[in-house]
Write a protein of this length. Structure first.
Length: 448
């Protein structure tokens, strides 16, 4: 700011010097004094001239400039106040008044000058500066009036429009607030989440449920952030009929983020059991074969809501569908891990051998939990390690030797080896187990 003032001062001095040849004698002396650094002397001469010619704006401004140059900002400010009162349409003087008032921390005059600049429509960022001063001073009514007067001006930022929306909402002017928030939504960057949540809450409060759902979907596609989207769903669940939350979950399902499952998990955790179940079943109806990540997400969501109905309903459907045995086995295993193996008891009659062999270690656990040794043997004699994770291979090898016996286990291993290539990890697990009985596995396989 000081640089601007000095620049203006030098410009004023230059202008005076340039017109030296046509100045009256007293002004010639004032210019000479300024050149010699005698600013106070020059000021006194200019003031004498000004008194004699009070209607000359050029000489009035010369006095202001000399006061600035002499380091007398208060006197310059007073001169500017008189100047703009005398010549109110001089926008350059108004700008100078605002700058000097700011530099001297005279907030009242600063605000007054900015108000006049805004009212005159002077180009610049003056309305933003004025809005900031209103907020600092707590002049909310003036701030609101200014924001309203600016309307949908392209100069208004999303933050300004959101602020207007908040002020209007606080005064019960919901429809006008919605207009401001909608425009803020258009102008806001994708990272401005607070604006969107304010709009969402107001839409729900005014029962604009369809618009709330549509906008929420658009935001979610931009954000792709489970925590934020779950928060949106929670607001919808609390403020709108259930079908809107379900429609929202459906609109963002199918992506890589399992966003609909994240919504169900949060709703279940917060006690919206029926909504969570409906969303999970909606998702389950569209599961494709081999979507094990979706299965796991479904079970995790049900676990958070402490409600196994959805995975059990999907499991029942898979068990009755030809060609979905592997999916059924994986879902059954994940459900048992989350809720305990007893949760599968109502479906035990449909957990057929062709399903259990797809996850042999899990199948054996099911069989042994029902004290069905024959079923456990049949699973081991028909299954391989394909459905066993590397982490569980050692346990699978131990179970094979324990349930089939040493001889039976070795014969089954040899049989598997004739039909498929056993992985290095599987061979290592089986070798470890066979050596517990003093039998080198590789030598035995080689004799078969």
């Amino acid at each position: 700011m000081r640089t601007k003032i000095i620049t203006a001062s030098l410009a004023g001095i230059a202008a005076i010097a340039a017109g030296y040849s046509v100045l009256p004698r007293s002004e010639e002396r004032a210019v000479a004094m300024m050149r010699d650094g005698n600013l106070l002397g020059a000021l006194a001469l200019y003031e004498d001239v000004q008194k004699a010619q009070a209607s000359d704006p050029r000489r009035a401004m010369q006095i202001i400039i000399v006061n600035e140059e002499a380091g007398r900002p208060k006197q310059a400010l007073e001169g500017l106040k008189r100047y703009v009162a005398r010549w109110p349409q001089d926008t350059d003087a108004l700008i100078k008044l605002a700058n000097v008032a700011k530099s001297t921390m005279n907030t009242k005059i600063h605000i007054q000058a900015l108000e006049r600049l805004v009212a005159l429509g002077v180009a610049g960022n003056y309305h933003h500066e004025l809005l900031g001063l209103y907020r600092t001073a707590g002049a909310t009514e003036k701030e609101k009036r200014l924001l309203v007067s600016l309307g949908n001006s392209s100069d208004l930022l999303a933050e300004d429009l959101a602020r207007l929306g908040t002020l209007l909402e606080n005064e019960g002017e919901d429809q006008q607030a919605l207009t401001a928030f909608r425009l803020a939504d258009q102008r806001a960057s994708s990272s401005m989440q607070d604006v969107r949540f304010k709009l969402l809450k107001l839409l729900l409060r005014t029962k604009a449920f369809s618009e709330a759902t549509k906008r929420a979907t658009a935001w979610s596609m931009q954000w792709n952030e489970p925590a934020l989207i779950s928060e949106i769903a929670t607001h919808l669940a609390a403020g709108a009929p259930p079908e809107y939350t379900i429609a929202f979950a459906r609109s963002i399902s199918g992506g890589n983020g399992n966003l609909d499952l994240a919504i169900a998990a949060e709703l279940g955790r917060q006690g919206y059991d029926t909504l969570a179940f409906e969303i999970l079943m909606q998702a389950a109806r569209n599961f494709k074969p081999g979507q094990t990540r979706r299965f796991k997400g479904l079970v995790s969501a049900a676990k958070l809501g402490e409600n196994p109905r959805a995975p059990l309903a999907l499991l029942a459907s898979l068990l009755s569908t030809t060609g979905r045995e592997t999916d059924a086995a994986i879902l059954a295993e994940q459900t048992a891990e989350a809720f305990g193996i007893d949760i599968l008891y109502p479906l035990s009659g449909t957990l057929r051998l062709d399903v259990l062999v797809k996850r042999p270690l899990f199948g054996i656990q099911i069989a042994l939990s029902g004290h069905n040794q024959d079923l456990a043997r049949r699973i081991l004699l028909l299954g391989t390690s394909r459905g066993v994770s590397d982490h569980d291979l050692q346990e699978w090898a131990e179970v094979m030797f324990r349930v089939l016996g040493v001889e039976g286990a070795l014969h089954r291993i040899a049989e598997i080896n004739r039909h498929e290539r056993i992985s290095v990890q599987t061979l290592a697990a089986l070798e470890t187990e066979s050596m517990k009985h003093g039998l080198p596995l590789k030598a035995f396989i080689g004799t078969e």
